[in-house]
Design a protein around this ligand. Sequence first.
Ligand code: ADP
Ligand code: ZN
Length: 755
Amino acid sequence: MSGAPPVCPGRFAEVVLPVPVSRSYCYQIPDRLAAGVVPGARVVVPVQRRTLVGVVRAVDVAPPPRDRAVKPIAAAPDPPSLPALSPTLLELADWISRYYGAPLGLAVRALLPGALWGVARPAGPAEGAERVVTLVGAALPSLLERERAFARAPKRRAAYEALEALGGSAPVKHLLERLKLSRAAVDGLVAQELARYAQVAQPRDPFAGLESPPPPELTADQRRVVDGIAATPADVPVLIHGVTGSGKTLVYLDVLRSVVASGQGAILLVPEIALTPQTVARVRGVFGHQVAVLHSGLSDGERADAWRALRRGERRVAVGPRSAVFAPVQRLGAIVVDEEHEPSYKQGTSPRYHAREVAQVRARLEGARVIFGSATPSLEMLHLARTGGARIFALPERIGARPLPPVEVVDLRTAPRLPSAGAIPWSEALDAAVQAALGRHEQVILLLNRRGFATYLQCPACGVVRECPRCAIALTVHQTPAALRCHYCGHEEPVPARCRACGHEVQRMRGLGTQQLEHFLGLRFPEARIARMDLDTTSTKWAHHRILERVSRREVDILLGTQMIAKGLDFPQVTVVGVVDADTALHFPDFRAGERTFQLVAQVAGRAGRGPLGGAVYVQTRAPTHHAIRAAAAHSVEAFAAEELPLRTTPHPAYPPHVGLARFLATAPAEPDAQAAAERVAGWLRRANEERLSGALTVLGPAPCPITRLQGRWRWHLLVKSADPRALGRVMRAWRALGRRVEGVTVDRDPVSLL
Ligand code: ADP
Ligand code: ZN
């Protein structure tokens, strides 16, 4: 080693690495790789003692100062004509980084599937064979039949019911290790010939085979919307505001068909792909093998394959959740965002992008059209349309002129309840409706947006509620397996026999969860076949799918579940929908609590009466006069917006959509450190506001978050509002420039949750 600095001859490239920094790095381009090192291409580069995959941002950049050693690029795996990122996607990454104040490296990383960041080619999708146990016989037995089959065999019954809840089939490992069922019980089921063991080589991908018959002719209303969109300039975003069951999907498909016919490609975003097999089937029915379905069940290798097929133009239409907004579709002609109001379009980790915003920016960069659809549009979207930023097309009626179902609001404070229901809020009105539907062999959907058995465990003597040791959150009581669980961090502990604080025996369970509702329904309607859909029953691969398939084959009489069952399902035999407790989120300390409640109740109400049998909805609530409940009962987002928008102007300063919002969140193991970090950021913001932004910002806080502790870290936050998006933009860029110098603080622009 000589002391002389190396001379830097030749050409240089600016490379972004997939790490949480915004700066880029300079590498030398060896002659042998010159052809492949183009903007957007992946390159393999040495970083300290490691080797990483990065993306070229620019070539022929100025050489670095002579005293800095510059290393050469080691490899350039992309074909020169087809770099991993197109110029527009590279620009999109820049926009995301600037707009959300996120490190450029993380924005770039979000744009490519994980396997493309590996230095070695990823191993194929081989996951090895898996031993599963599957229930025998298609139909679910009723409670009565079950009583007979499992008399004196409660463990076997528990195993049976767990399997059933999981959609009829589950890996043995999952049952024994995760659900803590005994092997003897599972073996017993097999011996009883109620279940059998099988070896599955590769879990079947249920999306691969989905296809539905050719779509019907457009109705006059749908035709009017399709023509209206065609006559709208491509750079004007479109909102299709169609009531539930108005046939929005067919409109999307028709628009996409002309896009594809003209030689372009398209992206269809759906909130959660596992919950939308019907939409996937319809898209496949129209576009067949031209579709790439980007679902969470894909292995890394399969995901990379789907990505390559799109990048090469072998597939033209990408369907997927929020990350599909980055799908490398060639000659992009349109992006459709179905159910645009869904909070799942927001990414929870950096870069905290909202696919609804990113879709608009990407469409603008690529000259593509963007179409949003919802029966319950977000107030942001309505505001955009009302201020001229988007054009609304309405589908005010259901297909076949079917009426929207009547909604009866049941006041839980006064309505007669079923005496045998005990503490469960179960009104006589809902009970009679369910009973009657079952008598007519129709299907019922019941929404309860709280999983577990009971919401919390409380000591009746001293009143102490058992909380998570890591989070300021009450632990939820679960059965199968019995445990107290934290729904925020996953902490789990046994259900205590006595109070830890005062030693009192007999602890009380309070608050209703889906498991308890299921138990109650089993007793109340012993002949009904009941399926439960929530995070606990859908944790295994394809479980959503198996449950929904059973519903569509009419092997389920009552489908109960959390918000999962409120999304887009189209089952014409469902005649009764019940919202067991509409108030679960109504009083959350979040300015969108009313909006979320409105959307959830209106959406689940829209699952009723989709067929010729008609239907009715029962909404049980203790707040029957709340505008969110009343508007949902009227299926009217206009009514909701008319009351909600004025509320968001007060207290001054306002809330979105009247202003832009960003949230800074400071966390630390010790509370004073979280507070101090939040105060430092507040000081920085207030100074910037006075010195450089002429007071365009309103800085609120810092204050403790509504959830004061999560995963062992205390949480403080502050909110920044501004009517001027450029002022917020400057804050984001200044924040990004600070880099990671502010330890433990993150920023979330346009947050969807303030908890
Ligand atoms: P939305 O998403 O607006 O709630 P869907 O797209 O699920 O509504 O459509 C509701 C139902 O109407 C579906 O079963 C669909 O197959 C059917 N449908 C849609 N368009 C037509 C049409 N033009 N003719 C007949 N049936 C239609
Ligand atoms: Zn926790």
